[in-house]
Design a protein around this ligand. Structure first.
Ligand code: ZN
Length: 403
């Protein structure tokens, strides 16, 4: 029997299986048919030469906004997804129970990328800001929706912004936790205020401490390295004690940097003190996907290489780790025979690269850039559209002004 497709000569990195060496991968009928050190060329109808390329499980972006035309700044799903080497994009709260059906019927079926989501606690999700309307939260309706859409809805999202903290306080987190406990899915919490908001630091720290204490194993903290007020890692080098306790309990530390929710300085403080991200994600929207800061998941992964993580680590944090968070580890995040052939073919470019953390106004030099070369989605080849910035010395000045 001839295989339909053979990916030949690539360096396969699959942290779930502990594999980091040359492997050939054969595909049939949308599934991985064989993985071996050498599969002969004449065993396949078509061969992709993957020499000097890295082959990984299809990347998973845990925090995207792809409910296009529902959430005003959401991006076209495949720009966040397959065009960037990402085969599964999880939308983080763009829709709530009142808007989810539009997302399900008008967006999700037309994307080549698999789309999962966190349902927002607010009925209209992030279609309207500020989004929390306490009297309209409807746990019963949410639980029914979650039950009926288990294959899509993988968690609940709230934004711990000024509106929520001032008007409702911790009761909202408790309401969200009741629903996630009953549905047996995780809660994802955004931290960090809007730029126009301000609340006393003491109030914010008290709220965050109480909020973190409510999070259980598998719940997620988004924007962990945010430079905005209301962050958990501080410019003076201190870290909220409750964050470390939460990490010990197994709370997921996510990056979701966007272009104003991240700081290289705070990331270094965190990494030096053991606040290593569980998952690396983007928080991609139309405001950041064309750069000059965020671009795509592979660029965020490259920033973490420049911050000192290994290639294996950044691939683990974008494959099997988010798969576990989404309770999808049996279907996604690893290359095993008989699984769907969701595969990213990446190139590790060497050179001088200048990265920006956006509004925080810091730059970081790196020597490696991960570039998506080809995406395989259920066995189908999809051309990528890599977005990144080539190094140019004059960029340093522009970028440090804060994008
Ligand atoms: Zn977001």
């Amino acid at each position: 029997m001839l295989y339909e497709l053979l990916i030949k000569g690539g360096e396969m990195i699959d942290p779930k299986q502990g594999i980091h060496e040359l492997r050939d991968i054969a595909i049939n009928q949308g599934k991985i048919a064989a993985i071996a050190k050498d599969i002969a060329l004449n065993e396949a109808k078509k061969v992709i030469d993957a020499k000097n390329k890295i082959i990984t499980p299809g990347l998973i972006d845990l925090h995207t906004h792809v409910a296009e035309a529902i959430m005003p700044i959401a991006v076209t799903p495949d720009e966040a997804g397959v065009y960037s080497g990402v085969t599964t994009a999880c939308d983080a709260g763009s829709t709530g129970y009142a808007t989810f059906n539009k997302f399900k019927k008008l967006i999700i079926p037309y994307a080549q990328t698999d789309i999962l989501c966190f349902l927002h606690l607010s009925p209209t999700g992030q279609e309207i800001y500020p989004e929390i309307c306490w009297h309209d939260i409807n746990p019963k309706r949410m639980l029914t929706l979650i039950q009926e859409n288990k294959e899509i809805v993988k968690g609940i999202k709230i934004r711990a912004g000024a509106h929520l903290i001032k008007n409702h306080g911790i009761s909202i987190v408790k309401t969200a936790k009741k629903i996630t406990n009953e549905a047996n899915i995780p809660l994802g919490v955004h931290v960090g205020l809007g730029f126009e908001d301000n609340l006393p630091k003491i109030t914010l720290d008290d709220f965050n401490a109480e909020m973190l204490n409510l999070l259980d194993k598998g719940d997620i903290l988004f924007h962990t390295y945010t430079q905005r007020d209301g962050g958990v890692i501080k410019p003076d080098g201190s870290i909220l004690g409750e964050l470390k306790d939460a990490m010990k309990r197994g709370v997921v530390i996510d990056v979701s940097p966007a272009q104003s929710h991240f700081s290289f300085k705070l990331a270094k403080i965190g990494l030096d003190q053991g606040v290593i991200p569980t998952t690396i994600s983007t928080d991609i929207t139309i405001t950041n996907y064309k750069g000059p800061v965020l671009f795509s998941l592979p660029v965020v992964m490259s920033k973490f290489l420049a911050l000192g993580l290994t290639l294996n680590q950044v691939i683990e944090k974008t494959t099997i780790k988010p798969a576990i968070v989404l309770n999808e580890e049996k279907n996604r995040g690893s290359l095993e025979v008989s699984r769907p052939a969701d595969i990213s073919i990446l190139e590790l470019k060497k050179g001088n690269f200048l990265f920006s953390d956006g509004k925080a106004g810091n730059t970081l030099h790196g020597t490696q850039l991960i570039v998506p070369k080809l995406t395989i989605k259920k066995g189908v080849e999809i051309e990528t559209k890599p977005r990144f910035r080539n190094f140019n010395p004059s960029d340093e000045l522009t970028l440090t002004k804060g994008a």
